[in-house]
Design a binder for this molecule. Structure first.
Ligand SMILES: Nc1nc2c(c(=O)[nH]1)N[C@H]1C(S)=C(S)[C@@H](COP(=O)(O)OP(=O)(O)OC[C@H]3O[C@@H](n4cnc5c(=O)[nH]c(N)nc54)[C@H](O)[C@@H]3O)O[C@H]1N2
Ligand SMILES: Nc1nc2c(c(=O)[nH]1)N[C@H]1C(S)=C(S)[C@@H](COP(=O)(O)OP(=O)(O)OC[C@H]3O[C@@H](n4cnc5c(=O)[nH]c(N)nc54)[C@H](O)[C@@H]3O)O[C@H]1N2
Ligand code: SF4
Ligand SMILES: [Mo]
Length: 692
């Protein structure tokens, strides 16, 4: 459709990404007379966004106006197991009345524990993301522990430091050593790159620590290709070097930490030789890393969630994040370690999402265990999904799909796209996007609050999540006032904490300016004198210890499989855009080291079946030295519809939880690769494809 540009608007990106960019969206009048989004870029005046949006979100207008986007309430006709789902358009009243009657019946006969809300961070908006839960908390349905991404890291961080504060991202150019540890930041945190590049211009060295070579390794000066799941060993090896050479900051340790003696004791055995043996690095690499960290101030370490997605992931991250407490980097601008900036916002969240309504006796369901929760024995009668696509992203996804296909389960999916979860629904309820509803945004990578007005009229009858839940609440007789808040009421509430970081940040100002930086001191050094723990100090005790994972590779499952994010998708968002599928390689590939390809007898471009203890998925092989021997990699949670056999890669991942925080273990999977035999048929986008 052609359209003439009419105006530009500034909006915060709602996606689950640390950058929370301030975006400039060009709107225009379409041929139908309606305004639509034409073009999207970054706001040039935002100090962190710096005028660019990522390679993914520049295509948001195509997603927003996608021909398959659901814009009317849809009710399933036919069986849930039909290969091509069929829906009929119904009115909002028809849909909401029927859903309310069925929920009421479940509440009265089987109680609130028969209904589960299932959500994640498809939008980071406080209104449509966090506050949307208020209805479910008012009804007393099970607490969903939102563990799929960050809780292992959060739990590990809070043991040492309490709340999650971070180095000010604008201070990164002060750093003289940058260690990107378990994060593919050039893909997953792209607005950190200009800050690192500025540091590099000032003479900083960049080290990347990751089991496979990706864009970030290509950018770094040094790539340490460690064995997956061995970060605690490497961190202890670094600590060994710090203690052995007197590179510790004894004044900081004495004033700001407790438990350093335990750590010194734990690090004693981690000689460079032992560390090298466990991590797969060379002795020189281990020595060099310890020397670089030990002798360079400030050192900035950016950890990602990658290293946490293993059985031992919480402790691995904890070990790494304690390094600056030994070097005293927290006292230097640009020094320290970053997991997330989210603790700095200081909002009043006491009633957000009905948090005050959760009762001690409310049962909890860990979202990583959805496959279990959907078995008939677990007793769920209804599942309400919003802001996530579990048929693709949840572990053990084939069992998740099978559970959602139970005819006795009411599946309601609020969506902006016809995802594989929506295709299994009894009701698909059309959701608005960030351009179409007002919302408030924080960030986990910087220190700005954002506010978006609803700039575009919703297409068809799309509605915000909170509108849908308020309509259901009325029908269910819910009287709890917070369920009925508007975005403005929520904004007033969250800014009412009196926290010093919100000094001068009023609802009026945020709405007028759209993006407002927290009121932080000129030099923000949150752990310079201690931490937000019960002792007031950085807690080094108990010392983090390296433990190997239980799922050791063996003769049946000789390879470790990592499944980190793709450059051109944002989790499962954008998996329906053809051009981004193309940019990402047309179909998902499994990266395999040449030694493994030779050992198991297959070549580049062939199809293999990835078999784990949980399930299987067919993928095309890319033989590449980017992988390391013994470790295969599939980038991206592609839609199953783009895969040769219709599966998500999570068909092979397990519900195993991390040692801390009940987190996900997406990089913990042990697998074998079997050649798909010549003549065997695999399904590709609905067609049968004959393999060779
Ligand atoms: N194998 C493997 N699996 C993984 C991962 C991995 O690395 N490997 N990563 C994991 C991680 S870290 C995460 S965070 C999860 C993320 O997985 P998802 O939660 O599925 O990810 P998103 O793509 O962020 O968002 C999902 C959906 O939210 C919808 N949405 C966005 N805004 C709204 C809204 O306002 N209303 C409604 N109703 N819907 C909305 C989008 O249309 C989209 O389909 O995946 C996890 N799964
Ligand atoms: N382009 C893009 N950006 C995204 C996303 C996306 O899907 N695409 N998703 C967003 C979301 S929800 C999240 S949570 C973040 C996630 O982004 P990241 O924090 O970057 O985390 P991961 O995806 O888990 O993995 C990062 C790196 O960790 C490596 N890794 C795996 N195991 C280990 C290990 O044991 N040790 C070490 N040192 N490294 C290991 C992986 O190989 C990978 O390169 O990105 C966000 N940004
Ligand atoms: S996905 Fe991340 S990098 Fe891309 S525009 Fe949104 S916030 Fe910025
Ligand atoms: Mo995530």
């Amino acid at each position: 459709m052609t359209a003439t540009p009419t105006r530009d608007v500034l909006l915060t990106c709602p996606l689950d990404c640390p950058d929370a960019c301030r975006l400039r969206v060009t709107l225009g009048q379409g041929e139908d007379g309606r305004e639509r989004a034409l073009k999207l870029t970054g706001d040039a005046s935002h100090p962190y966004t710096k005028g660019f949006a990522c390679v993914k979100t520049v295509h948001y207008p195509a997603r927003q106006h996608h021909p398959d986007r659901p814009v009317y309430p849809l009710r399933r006709v036919g069986e849930k197991t039909d290969p091509e789902p069929r829906f009929e358009r119904v009115t909002w009243d028809e849909a909401l009345d029927d859903i309310a009657v069925r929920l009421r019946k479940l509440l009265d006969t089987r109680g609130p524990s028969s209904i589960l809300r299932y959500n994640y961070a498809g939008t980071m908006g406080l209104m449509e993301g966090s506050h949307a839960h208020a209805l479910w908390r008012a009804l007393g349905t099970p607490e969903l522990d939102e563990t799929i991404c960050a809780t292992a890291g959060t739990a590990a961080w809070s043991l040492g430091y309490g709340a999650r504060y971070a180095v000010d991202p604008l201070d990164v150019p002060h750093a003289r050593l940058i260690v990107l540890w378990g994060i593919n930041s050039l893909s997953t945190h792209s607005h950190l790159t200009p800050q690192i590049t500025a540091a590099r211009k000032n003479g900083a060295r960049v080290i990347h620590i990751d089991p496979y070579r990706n864009r970030t390794s290509g950018y770094a000066d040094t790539h340490l290709k460690l064995k997956p799941g061995t970060d605690a060993a490497l961190a202890l090896g670094v600590m060994h070097g710090l203690f052995a050479h007197g590179w510790t900051d004894e004044a900081y340790i004495a004033e700001a930490t407790v438990g350093a003696e335990e750590v010194r004791e734990a690090a004693r055995e981690w000689t460079p030789e032992r560390t090298a043996e466990v991590t797969g690095l060379t002795v020189e690499e281990v020595r060099d890393l310890a020397h670089a960290i030990g002798t360079t101030r400030p050192t900035y370490i950016r950890v990602g969630y990658g290293m946490t997605r293993h059985e031992n992931g919480g402790t691995n991250l904890r070990a790494v994040t304690l390094i600056p407490a030994l070097t005293g980097d927290w006292r230097h601008r640009g020094g320290g370690v970053v997991l997330s900036t989210s603790g700095a916002f200081g909002l009043n969240r006491s009633r957000v999402g009905g948090a005050h309504l959760v009762q001690p006796e409310t049962p909890h369901i860990n979202m990583n265990e959805l496959a279990n929760a959907l078995t008939p024995e677990a007793g769920l009668g209804a599942l309400v999904v919003y802001n996530t696509n579990p048929a693709v992203v949840a572990p053990d996804s084939q069992r998740v799909r099978a559970g959602m296909q139970r005819e006795d389960l009411l599946l309601v999916v609020l969506e902006q796209a016809m995802t594989e979860t929506a295709r299994l629904a009894d009701y698909v309820l059309p959701a608005t996007t960030f351009m179409e509803h007002p919302d408030v945004y924080t960030s986990y990578g910087h220190h700005w609050l954002g506010y978006n007005r609803a700039e575009l009229e919703a297409p068809g009858e799309a509605r915000p999540n909170t509108w849908v839940f308020q309509q259901l609440a009325r029908r269910l007789g819910v009287t709890e006032p917070s369920v009925y808040w508007t975005a403005d009421e929520l904004l007033t509430e969250v800014l009412s904490s009196g926290h010093p970081h919100l000094r001068g940040v009023t609802p009026e100002r945020l709405k007028a300016e759209g993006t407002v930086r927290l009121s932080l001191p000129e030099a923000f050094l949150p752990y310079a004198n201690g931490a937000d723990t019960p002792s007031g100090k950085v807690q080094l005790s108990p010392a983090p210890l390296y433990r190997a994972v239980e799922a050791v590779v063996n003769a049946d499952y000789p390879l470790r499989l990592l499944t980190p994010p793709a450059h051109h998708f944002l989790n499962s968002t954008y998996g329906n855009l053809e051009n981004l599928n193309r940019a990402e390689g047309e179909e998902p590939h499994v990266l395999v080291h040449p030694e493994d390809a030779e050992a198991y007898g297959f070549g580049d471009g062939e199809y293999v079946r990835i078999v784990s203890e949980v399930g299987q998925a067919v993928r095309r092989v890319k033989v590449t030295e980017a992988a390391q021997p013994g470790v295969a990699v599939v980038e991206g949670t592609w839609w199953g519809l783009s895969a040769p056999d219709g599966t998500s890669i999570n068909a092979v991942t397990a519900q195993t939880l991390t040692d801390l925080g009940g987190g996900s273990t997406f990089h913990n999977t042990r697998v074998r690769l079997e050649r798909v035999e010549s003549g065997e048929a695999v399904r590709k986008a609905g067609e049968l494809l004959q393999v060779r």
